[in-house]
Design a protein around this ligand. Structure first.
Ligand SMILES: Nc1ncnc2c1ncn2[C@@H]1O[C@H](COP(=O)(O)OP(=O)(O)OP(=O)(O)O)[C@@H](O)[C@H]1O
Length: 630
């Protein structure tokens, strides 16, 4: 036996431990689930590796998890005969958090117990949950296939450091002993532990065994018999017929695989037989994980081949935009030694994937059509932005996804909630209206306050109000729906309104307008690409639009924010001929005309959400012009 070495926890681990103990206190029994789930993963890994290296089983036939408790010593012990860990693995896995999301995770803690306990599960700090109930934890482990003398003992009080010692361990696998805190006596009761197991871990794929006890009449207490009995069902839930499973069982399984503490929004359980044979059990969560937008986040699907666990986070089984889907796929057609590389270009995987995507989209379509929209609204608020990625990513399903999209709109413009579908919009289109109109701005307030909406409001034409970061990208890929073009109301060619407005003008009036726009254009020609008369305004004197062929102003701003150098694009200035300020322009001398034209241009740019190059000059000009009128 070697000497004991002391190691310090990484700072983040310390921080995490403290937070966790407080945040999860009201949910303390979850430590059983977390440790059982780790044990089950270790058994899965052993079974998988033993397929190609039988020696790893070390002659043990049965893979199982044992749970024991000792009232006198006040300990609980969880043992598995799985893959185990080497000394280096213990250091790397327990005591270090090699996950790049740690900092982000710590930042996302809110102080609200219920919310934080959700986050903790998602983050996968499973093992550390032992410190909610224990003031000392001992882990003894030996990697399958290594020498019996090469066991490792890890001990910690969860306060800054842990010790390591090389020990002898006969059985491969891991044994974790929790020395319970004073107030944790409830976990030294057989009935309580059994209930926790059947609630959270009933469908763990391996037997979970507990010591049988019998009532001793003389001693007036129950005594253990030394025999172990299985307390969970240990049948993979997805292999059972739907008719034999309850919602509660489905929900519990979801919580086991997702570490989510709430119930799922929906589940889909299908068995496919025929040329292809597989079972899928897929879940839609209610809540987005905190790292939904983290590129390094793990995917939610587990892959099994004929009940043997192959891998977590099988990213090839779902497209990126459906990365929030959790669940299991168990295939009978893939080889057991399948690797991530093989999955990447495999016909079986492609078929399973497209069928699974279809199932998820059909389920969403069902929720989207339901009389009661509460569930779909919950889904949309959590995952709407990633569904928009789908329009771009999943060309084959573009139309289906388009039907699932929801937007804010002038139909109920006070609210920024995205509740209007493209189908709703089309149903409300006016006679003769050919396009689906939208505006993209930085915020909902900027979208609904845009002067471009004035004419649409007057005519009662609905406009979709978009302000998610992804929207500009979305509309560049979704150019039509149901045969109708999607058209930005800021686009240069909104000819449909102009013809009508020009109809009653005399020739003289037309010429006067043309002369005015020419004059203004000349006055500020280095700032605009054109000056035109507009009919999209009713209250504002002017607005700016992008020249035909140019990128929209909003898109250009986004590209700049992303660090992309953009060539300067001069906007088209559009003037409202009926506005008193525009009428006033005709009579001005050249110097004044330039000042007023610049003033109209700059205020139109501000209304658009643009940053002025020289705000101070704008203010000075405005004050100068105002003081002339008082
Ligand atoms: N019983 C065990 N046998 C073998 N390895 C284990 C065992 N328990 C934990 N480990 C190792 O320690 C690592 C960290 O465990 P921990 O529970 O903290 O997080 P995790 O299991 O990776 O995440 P999650 O709980 O989200 O699945 C595991 O990934 C695994 O490699």
């Amino acid at each position: 036996m070697s000497a004991t070495e002391t190691h310090a926890f990484q700072t983040e681990v310390n921080q995490l431990l403290k937070l966790m103990i407080h945040a999860l206190y009201s949910n303390k029994e979850i430590f059983v689930r977390e440790l059982v789930s780790n044990a089950s993963d270790a058994l899965d890994k052993l079974r998988f590796e033993a397929v190609s290296n039988d020696a790893l089983t070390e002659g043990e036939e049965e893979l199982a998890i044992q749970l024991e408790f000792n009232k006198e010593a006040r300990t609980i012990t969880i043992t598995d005969n799985g893959i185990g860990m080497t000394r280096d693995e213990v250091i790397a896995n327990i005591g270090t958090i090699a996950n790049s999301g740690t900092k982000k995770f710590l930042e996302s803690m809110t102080g609200d117990q219920a919310k934080d306990s959700h986050l903790i599960g998602q983050f996968g700090v499973g093992f550390y949950s032992s410190f909610i109930v224990a003031d000392e934890v001992e882990l003894v482990t030996r990697k399958a296939g290594t020498d019996k003398a090469e066991g490792t003992k890890w001990v910690s009080k969860g306060e800054g450091e842990f010790t390591l010692e090389t020990v002898e361990k006969g059985q491969k696998g891991t044994e974790i002993t929790l020395h319970l805190k004073e107030e944790m006596d409830e976990f030294l009761e057989e009935a309580r532990l059994k209930t926790i197991i059947t609630t959270y871990s009933d469908h763990i794929n391996f037997p979970i065994k507990m010591e049988k006890s019998e009532w001793d009449e003389e001693a007036k207490e129950s005594k253990s018999t030394g025999e172990f009995e299985q307390v969970n069902k240990a049948t993979a839930i997805w292999t059972q017929p739907k008719s034999e499973l309850t919602d509660e069982e489905y929900n519990n399984f979801y919580q086991t695989i997702s570490h989510d503490y709430s119930e799922p929004l929906a589940y889909m359980h299908n068995r496919v037989e025929g040329t292809l044979e597989y079972t899928s059990l897929l879940y839609l969560p209610k809540q987005a994980p905190f790292d939904l937008y983290d590129r390094e986040r793990r995917y939610g699907l587990k892959l099994y081949v004929k009940r043997v666990f192959i891998m977590d986070d099988a990213e090839h089984l779902m497209p990126t935009y459906l990365r929030f889907v959790r669940g299991v796929i168990d295939s009978a057609d893939l080889p057991l030694n399948v690797s991530r590389e093989i999955l990447q270009s495999n016909k079986v995987v492609d078929k399973i994937r497209s069928a699974s995507v279809k199932r998820v989209l059909d389920q969403l379509a069902k929720l989207a059509k339901a009389e009661d929209q509460t569930e779909y609204n919950t889904f949309w608020d959590q995952f709407g932005q990633v569904m928009k990625e789908g329009v771009v990513e999943d060309f084959a399903n573009k139309d289906k996804i388009a039907k699932l999209l929801r937007f804010a709109s002038t139909h109920a413009e006070a609210s920024s909630e995205q509740r209007v579908s493209l189908e709703n919009y089309v149903d409300r289109m006016q006679e003769g209206q050919e396009a689906i109109y939208y505006i993209v701005a930085d915020t909902h307030a900027a979208a609904k306050g845009s002067p471009h909406l004035e004419m649409f409001r007057k005519k009662g034409i609905e406009v979709l109000l978009m302000s998610d970061r992804i929207d500009e990208w979305l509309v560049s890929h979704l150019t039509e729906f149901d045969g109708k073009a999607l058209k930005p109301i800021t686009s240069a060619d909104l000819k449909e309104f102009e013809d009508e407005a020009e109809k009653d003008l005399t020739e003289d009036e037309k010429q006067a307008r043309e002369a005015l726009t020419e004059k203004v254009k000349k006055a500020i020609e280095d700032k605009v690409s054109d000056v035109r008369i507009t009919h999209r305004l009713t209250d504002s004197p002017a607005c700016v639009v992008s020249a035909e062929g140019d990128m929209s102003a909003h898109m250009a701003r986004m590209m700049e924010q992303m660090g992309q150098a953009m060539p300067k694009q001069n906007p088209v200035l559009e003037l409202n001929p009926d506005h008193v300020l525009v009428k006033k322009l005709e009579a001005l001398d050249d110097a004044k005309l330039t000042e007023w034209s610049l003033f109209l241009l700059e205020q139109a740019q501000l209304a658009e959400g643009d940053q002025l190059e020289e705000p101070a000059v704008f203010i000075k000009r405005m004050n100068m012009l105002l003081s002339e009128t008082v």
